[in-house]
Design a protein. Structure first.
Length: 258
């Protein structure tokens, strides 16, 4: 449990760091503690190890990376995911968040594999269906409501109106790509982000047609974005971010590239 505490601290506190700073941060934690840690040399840091329940020891992530031979015709297939040290590490964290049914964000430069990482993770979870929404500077809550109309149904029960996915027993994961693009209004509010925050906090929304409260069931949100320092990006509200843990998906490290 003490080793898992270290592992959780590295990814919980250091999730928003890039690869180089996260490696440095993990080694700093290792220096501060008397918990048994692997001997990290100049080429490996503590984030290159996982804790396995079976023997309670640290093991390099690269031990769990399968050797994959793909056919020549699959090379150009965008759905083929080559498992690497980085994808394994990220999937471990994402599976934990998905099992908690909480919203989260993937941040990183264009082409770093945010969407593909999430798709590969969801393939392992058969009880979830993912729907893509592409945000833009003019996105409003109407886009999310239209998505609900396509993939969900609303029923009147003794507890009021409840909206749930049309596929029974499955969770609907609404993937909001470019989630930090919507422009703020004159009051400095990103309306669609505030709508997401309301549904996260209150688990529902007021239907505009008849002013009835609609509760959500088996619906969750995840997002992906470029860093807010990029052109056209907005700094998202801390009031929403406090509900959504963030992981920075950097370009692959040397081990993954090899």
């Amino acid at each position: 449990m003490t080793k898992w505490l270290m592992f959780s601290a590295i990814w919980g506190i250091g999730g928003s760091m890039n690869l180089a700073i996260r490696s440095e941060f993990s080694n700093t934690i290792a220096d501060y503690t008397d918990i048994e840690t692997p001997a990290c040399g100049s080429t490996m840091s503590l984030i290159d190890y996982e804790v396995q329940i079976s023997d309670q020891k640290w093991h390099p992530w690269k031990e769990s990376v399968p050797v994959l031979d793909i056919e020549p015709n699959q090379v150009t297939d965008a759905d083929v995911v080559i498992t690497t040290v980085d994808t394994n590490r990220h999937q471990e964290v994402l599976c934990s968040w998905l099992s908690e049914k909480r919203p989260f964000l993937l941040c990183g430069p264009p082409g770093s594999g945010k969407t593909m990482t999430l798709m590969a993770t969801l393939k392992k979870l058969t009880d979830m269906e993912m729907v893509f929404i592409n945000f833009s500077s003019s996105t409003t809550p109407e886009l999310i409501l239209k998505t609900f109309d396509c993939y969900c149904e609303t029923k009147k029960t003794n507890h009021g109106f409840i909206m749930s996915p049309t596929q029974a027993s499955k969770w609907l994961v609404i993937f909001c790509d470019e989630i930090n693009l919507p422009a703020a209004d004159k009051y400095g509010t990103q309306v669609v982000i505030t709508f997401l925050r309301q549904m996260t906090e209150q688990n529902g929304f007021y239907r505009t047609s008849d002013k009835q409260w609609v509760s959500l069931e088996r619906i969750m949100f995840v997002g992906a974005c470029n860093p807010p320092t990029d052109v056209g990006r907005q700094v998202m509200s801390d009031r929403f971010l406090r509900h959504a843990p963030l992981i920075f998906v950097d370009f692959p490290g040397p081990e993954s590239l090899k």
